[in-house]
Design a protein around this ligand. Structure first.
Ligand SMILES: NC(=O)CC[C@H](N)C(=O)O
Length: 196
C-alpha cells in the first residue's frame, strides 16, 4: 500500500510521518502530482493559517490535483480545514471537497482561544474510520477555528458550542485534532484510515 504525505509545508509533517512509521507504514513525503494521484492513501497534514496553506497548494499546482482524488484522503488539523469550502481565517476559499465552513471560536468567559489541549470525542455516526473509538475518548487539539456540526460530522467535541472533531464527505476525511499527538486514540484512528 502506498501512502503519501502532501508536502505543503505543515510543521506537523515529521510527527505525522513518525506516527505512521509506528504503524508500520513508511509514507512518502511529496508534492509531485503524479505520485499523489497514484497513491493508495493521501494525507494532507497542516499547521498554520488557512491563507498561506491554500497559497502553498496553489504554488505547488495541487489544488485541482487534491480536488480530483478518488482514493481515501485525510486532512489533519489545518489540512482538515483546507478540505472545507471556506475558512473565516483570512477569508480563505478552500478546496471545497467537504461542504463545510470553518469559523473562529467565539470568545466567551473562561473560554480562551486557541482551544489547546486534550478534549473528549463523541462519535455521531457509524463509519469504518471510527472503529474501536469510544464515547469520551480523548484527543489533543490546537486550533482557533473549527467546523460547526453538520451532516459531514462523524465525531463531535465541545468547546463552548459543539464542533466537528472528525468530518467526512465521500473519500475525503478530516481530523481537527492531532492524531499524531493523541496517543492510542490517535493511533487507532490513523490505523482505521489506513484500512479504508
Ligand atoms: N494548529 C493549526 O494549524 C490550527 C489551524 C488553524 N490556523 C486554526 O487556528 O484553527
Amino acid at each position: 500500500m502506498s501512502v503519501v504525505l502532501v508536502d505543503a509545508g505543515g510543521t506537523n509533517i515529521g510527527s505525522v510521518r513518525y506516527a505512521l512509521q509506528r504503524l508500520g507504514v513508511d509514507a512518502a513525503l511529496t508534492s509531485d502530482a503524479a505520485q499523489i494521484r497514484a497513491a493508495d492513501k493521501v494525507i494532507l497534514p497542516g499547521v498554520g493559517a488557512a491563507g498561506p496553506g491554500m497559497a502553498r497548494l496553489r504554488e505547488l499546482g495541487l489544488v485541482d490535483v487534491i480536488r480530483g482524488l478518488t482514493q481515501p484522503v485525510l486532512g489533519v488539523c489545518l489540512g482538515m480545514q483546507l478540505l472545507c469550502a471556506h475558512s473565516e481565517e483570512g477569508d480563505t476559499q478552500c478546496l471545497g471537497v467537504v461542504p463545510a465552513q470553518v469559523r473562529r471560536f467565539a470568545e466567551a468567559p473562561g473560554l480562551c482561544v486557541p482551544h489547546m489541549g486534550w478534549n473528549r470525542l463523541s462519535p455521531r455516526a457509524a463509519h469504518p474510520l471510527l472503529r474501536d473509538l469510544d464515547e469520551g475518548d480523548w484527543a489533543y487539539f490546537v486550533h482557533s477555528y473549527a467546523v460547526p456540526l453538520g451532516s459531514y460530522t462523524l465525531v463531535g467535541s465541545e468547546y463552548g458550542d459543539g464542533f466537528s472533531a472528525v468530518i467526512a464527505s465521500g473519500n475525503f476525511h478530516g481530523m481537527q485534532f492531532h492524531p499524531e499527538r493523541s496517543a492510542g486514540v490517535g493511533a487507532t484512528l490513523l490505523k482505521n484510515f489506513l484500512a479504508l
